[in-house]
Design a protein around this ligand. Sequence first.
Ligand code: MG
Length: 204
Amino acid sequence: MKIICVGRNYAAHAAELKNDVPKEPVIFLKPDTARLKSGETFYLPSFTRNVHYEAELLVRINRMGKFIEEAFAHKYYNEVSVGIDFTARDVQSALKAKGLPWERAKAFDGSAAIGEWVKLDALNKDIGDLNFSLEKNGERVQNGHTSHMLFGVDALIANISTFITLKVGDVIFTGTPAGVSSVKRGDTLRCCLEQKPVFTCVVD
Ligand code: MG
């Protein structure tokens, strides 16, 4: 499986990192070794002094496809969750300044936290009408709604599949809303989808 991530997909988050709003989705990848399951410990890497959480709505692909039309994209997933795109922000800033790729900041082991999968049918809600949130030590620090995405899930699938074949089990991280900040040793993080917990981890 591969993990496909979208950057700058919420205008308020692009603004907080002083990035322009993109004309087409910003896409990057994480390897399968980046996966962190709910209940596992997130270990702070030694090469960074500033790891940020980025809570994101996740979509799991359930059909292989390329050049998927936006109108048919909904046929390629039926499960969603919430996860965290852990980012070594200091490393990323240095790489961005030099125009270098982001993998050292974004693709390290444990950097792709993936919550429990929830069937869209069970939620009985449209993909464009989902609420998700992140709590740090019991306090809500991020709150997102899929209607605020610059590129909705179906548009993302259409765009990504113009250059990457999507396969069963691939996971798309659809971008983070505003409110990103640092984690430190001892923090507890919890992600909710439609107010129900789907992911939790302790930072060490
Ligand atoms: Mg992100």
